[in-house]
Design a protein around this ligand. Structure first.
Ligand code: FES
Length: 123
């Protein structure tokens, strides 16, 4: 089973699981601030579920590519829409600041083996 590392959690999921759904079901704060309330619920139109992913996931689909080509996102930034992403292997997920998760400061990242707590990258 693939493992997702996000915030302070290690989550096991089925291969092909939807990343947004899996993170939310496991209590991960995927959406920043008011985007917790105001988001498209996973249809790929709002862009607020953007995260950085390391690991094996599905190829970028047209919804993800289209939404991230529009401001404040940038098609050149290394982000994906969690709602349009399927988990295919072990992944590490990092969330950035901003309503759309498009900022440069890390809000949370995976807990590291060296004791980092997964929040803001601080020990
Ligand atoms: S939840 Fe709206 S684009 Fe993913």
């Amino acid at each position: 089973m693939p493992k997702i590392l996000a915030q302070c959690k290690k989550i096991e999921c089925d291969r092909g699981a939807n990343l947004r759904k899996t993170l939310l079901e496991n209590g991960i704060d995927l959406h920043n601030g008011k985007s917790k309330l105001i988001n498209c619920r996973g249809i790929g139109s709002c862009g607020t579920c953007a995260v950085q992913i390391e690991g094996e996931v599905s190829p970028v689909n047209w919804r993800d590519k289209t939404r991230r080509s529009l401001p404040p996102h940038s098609p050149t930034k290394d982000l994906r829409l969690a709602c349009q992403t399927r988990v295919l292997g072990d992944v590490r997920v990092t969330k950035f600041e901003g309503f759309w998760g498009h900022g440069s400061q890390i809000v949370w990242k995976p807990k590291a083996e060296n004791g980092e707590n997964g929040e803001n990258g601080e020990k």
